[in-house]
Structure formats: C-alpha cells, structure tokens
Design a protein around this ligand. Structure first.
Ligand code: FES
Length: 112
C-alpha cells in the first residue's frame, strides 16, 4: 500500500495515515529509519503520531506509555499491550506498507 513520499515526513517526525482503519502512524526517525505502527494507543484513544519520538521509541501524548517502533512492544506503562507493527519498504523514494494480518490491540471501547 502506497503511503506518501518519504520526503513528506521530516526526520524525527510522524504522520497519521487515516485512509484505512484502524489508522496507521508512520514514523521517520532521526537516524533515517521508517516504521509503521497502528496509530491508536492500546491504553486509550490517543494518536501515537502526535507523540514524541526518541530514538526508536514513541511516547504516547496522553499518559506517556512508550512503545518500541521496531516491535510495537510496550516499554513503559500504563499501557499493557503493544501495538501492531507493519512492514515498510521504500521504493523510489516512496513509503509503502504491507499490513500485518494480526488483530489490532485497540483500547477498550474503540472500534473502527
Ligand atoms: S492513551 Fe496512551 S498511555 Fe494512555
């Protein structure tokens, strides 16, 4: 699935891609790596693309849970469950994502 040109996301920034549901968060790290995760925090309804990227982690803007961008694993509570990650490839300067077939870990009460 085509997302956008890599040049659209500055290093250290992220975008929310909501053309699909649940929406994705696409992260471009300061080191130039690109990761795709489910955008919705597994704790409550917050957008991880609005969080703070530090190295290979993102901190949720609502309660500061930290998720590993490479694995989706939770590195700091209060979230208990990780978020899905999706395979990213860069083709001719464009970001493409292959969606995980795993079930998303959406927070309680959130359905898409
Ligand atoms: S909504 Fe993300 S940690 Fe609470």
């Amino acid at each position: 699935m085509w997302i956008c040109p890599l040049a659209n996301i500055a290093p250290g920034e992220a975008i929310r891609f909501d053309a699909i549901s649940p929406p994705l968060a696409i992260f471009h790290t300061e080191d130039g790596e690109v990761f795709a995760l489910d955008d919705t925090c597994s704790h409550q309804d917050a957008s991880l693309a609005d969080g703070w990227v530090d190295g290979c982690e993102v901190e949720c803007p609502l309660h500061a849970s930290r998720f590993d961008l490479r694995t989706g694993r939770v590195d700091a509570p209060p979230a208990k469950r990780g978020v899905r990650t999706h395979a990213v490839t860069i083709i001719d300067g464009d970001i493409h994502v292959v969606m995980s077939v795993a079930a998303p870990n959406l927070p309680p009460g959130i359905t898409y």
